[in-house]
Design a protein around this ligand. Structure first.
Ligand code: NAX
Length: 406
């Protein structure tokens, strides 16, 4: 508990980035450490080359890559190491390969958790869920012990949302919001299909939302989407296309790729992982980006599941959910269906969820405190303060007193 409190206070006090400072001092920024699990797999292979070339954190950012694999994966991984060496990437200051999690996650700034157990012959979904939950529980523990204090963790390996929950629950000293499950690929797929339908370049499509689980229950929502700045539904007026073609196609796009390619999405998944972390690190404040993050009860979604919502990435490794969007009846039904699946997934791995008692106070709570304070909602401020541990409440009271006296 002591470590938890000290860590959360330190996290609050720590500057979120030294970027602006560093750019003034040198052409290249001091190295940031990035870990990738499953680095010898097909997504990992596509991913590490692009990270090394500077697409993840910027072309002025030196990178140390920690590649993590199973014992069996170490041999193919040595080939990936050779190719990284042969690429002579100027930004890559160091590469290491390991199957030891604490070593691989030591002081990292970002981790991309791609490695996961594949579905074996005759394996049921619940068996796959259990096998992967075990992997992500171990990784959560190791991240808790070894990762950098402000690190961000992107979970790609499936079932991504529930794996993120398991990893976070096993990392009691980390904020839940440090763990994000990837739904950016689903969002990009949805944007691509809308662009095709409207016959416009994909860059003209924005505010497409993926709600819920990275699975066939996800809800790709066009209610708020825009095409060339205009409301998408005023351009795509065919609701039947949206409900009977667009939504199921996005939900099952992974299977469509497997049917055509004979292998699952790899380059596009790597691309989406790069996009997710790049936007979190460098910011993309004008976009609504879908990320599965810990629910805070917004939109009536149950607490304690990793549910995809629209977020705004402000840069410096910080993101905010987009709140208070109007939700129509059809959307509510679709959002509930995917929530139900996530609750069932959570319940099936309960034995690997040690509980929240030692968790630091979440960003969600501090953000709600800030919002209520700025809006002058005194009752809400007092309610949140009464739920906070005393050391936070004392600091908030002091801030309030000094503001009142200035
Ligand atoms: P591959 O089977 O090609 O590669 C997985 C790699 O992970 C292998 O090299 C394996 O040795 C390694 N691995 C397994 N367990 C590990 C562990 N405990 N620690 C470290 N490494 C481990 O799969 P790939 O196509 O790369 O897919 C990886 C994961 O991404 C899968 O779970 C897949 O379902 C998931 N996906 C998630 C997507 C998303 O949008 N969130 C989309 C693409 C992809 O389907």
């Amino acid at each position: 508990m002591l470590r938890t409190t000290a860590n959360s206070l330190f996290r609050l006090a720590a500057p979120r980035s030294t970027r602006a400072f560093a750019t003034k001092k040198a052409d290249l920024l001091p190295p940031l450490k990035v870990a990738v699990t499953g680095a010898a797999g097909q997504i990992g292979y596509a991913l590490v080359m692009r990270i090394a070339s500077g697409e993840l954190l910027g072309k002025d950012q030196l990178i140390e890559l920690n590649l993590i694999e199973t014992e069996a994966g170490m041999s193919p991984l040595s080939g990936v190491m050779m190719e990284l060496e042969d690429g002579a990437f100027p930004l890559l200051s160091k590469v290491s390969a390991t199957s030891n999690l604490n070593e691989g996650f030591g002081d990292i700034d970002y981790a991309l958790l791609v490695g996961a157990s594949p579905r074996g012959p005759g394996m049921e979904r619940k068996d796959l869920m259990a096998a992967n939950a075990k992997i992500f529980a171990e990784q959560g523990k190791a991240l808790n012990e070894s990762a950098g204090i402000n690190s961000k963790i992107l979970v790609v390996g499936n079932p991504a949302n529930t794996n993120a929950l398991v990893a976070s629950e096993n990392a009691p000293d980390m904020w839940p919001e440090q763990f994000i499950a990837m739904t950016r690929l689903d969002q990009s797929r949805a944007k691509g299909l809308v662009a095709e339908k409207a016959n416009v370049p994909v860059k003209d499509v924005d505010r497409v939302i993926i709600w819920g689980n990275h699975s066939a229950t996800q809800y790709p929502d066009l209610s708020h989407a825009r095409i060339g700045g205009k409301w998408a539904k005023s351009i795509i007026t065919d609701d039947k296309w949206i409900r009977n073609d667009f939504i199921p196609r996005v939900q099952k796009r992974g299977a469509e790729v497997i049917d055509a390619r004979g292998a699952s999405s790899a380059a596009s998944a790597a691309s989406a992982a790069i996009d997710t972390i790049r936007d979190i690190h460098l910011g993309s404040p004008e976009q609504w980006l879908s990320n599965a993050i810990p629910s805070d009860g917004s939109y009536g979604i149950a607490d304690g599941i990793w549910y995809s919502v629209p977020t705004v990435c402000e840069g410096d490794s910080h993101y905010r959910r987009v709140k208070n969007l109007p939700i129509d009846e059809y959307s509510a039904k679709m959002m509930n269906a995917t929530e139900k699946e996530l609750i069932e997934e959570r319940d099936s791995v309960r034995h690997l969820l040690p509980g929240h008692e030692n968790k630091p106070v979440s960003w969600n709570m501090l953000e709600s405190l800030h919002d209520a304070y700025v809006a002058g909602e005194t009752d809400k401020v007092n309610k949140i303060l009464s739920d906070l541990p005393p050391e936070y409440a004392k600091g908030a009271e002091q801030a309030r007193a000094s503001e009142a006296s200035s």
